[in-house]
Design a protein around this ligand. Structure first.
Ligand code: DGP
Length: 125
């Protein structure tokens, strides 16, 4: 079910539980600000999720409330993940679903990194 991006943060959402180590994930990168792991249901040959360590529901929440250090750290982490995976030359797509119309399902900010094939037009018809 898509979530309302204006809802309060739910400490028991699935990505909060991954961050606490209560659920497993196939981690590809971790630092002070971010964790990156393979999506459980990949939509491209490579499909990684990058999440901030802090408790933010969505891109909206993060961009409004996160500190400058958290924002810089998170954006840099996304770039590091893409570079580490060798994606700069072939190219990749970033996506951050936010709220109901976007069909955001997990209420903890996550940036999708898609790569590994020609990704086609930006949006489904
Ligand atoms: P979105 O629709 O933007 O909220 O995408 C949520 C993504 O999260 C979706 O592609 C599937 C992925 N996902 C959901 N639960 C889990 C999980 O437990 N582990 C991992 N690795 N990914 C998950």
């Amino acid at each position: 079910m898509p979530i309302d991006a204006t809802q309060p943060y739910d400490d028991n959402n699935i990505f909060a539980r991954i961050l606490r180590g209560e659920l497993p994930s196939k981690t590809v990168f971790e630092d002070e600000f971010a964790l990156a792991f393979h999506d459980i249901n990949p939509q491209a040959p490579l499909h990684i999720l990058v999440i901030p360590k802090g408790a933010y529901v969505s891109w909206d929440d993060f961009s409004a409330r996160a500190s400058d250090a958290e924002i810089a750290g998170f954006i840099r982490a996304v770039g590091i993940v893409a570079r580490d995976q060798g994606l700069v030359a072939p190219g990749y797509r970033l996506l951050a679903n936010t709220g109901l119309d976007s069909h955001q399902e997990v209420p903890h900010l996550h940036v999708h990194v898609f790569a590994g094939r020609k990704l086609g037009p930006l949006l489904a018809p």
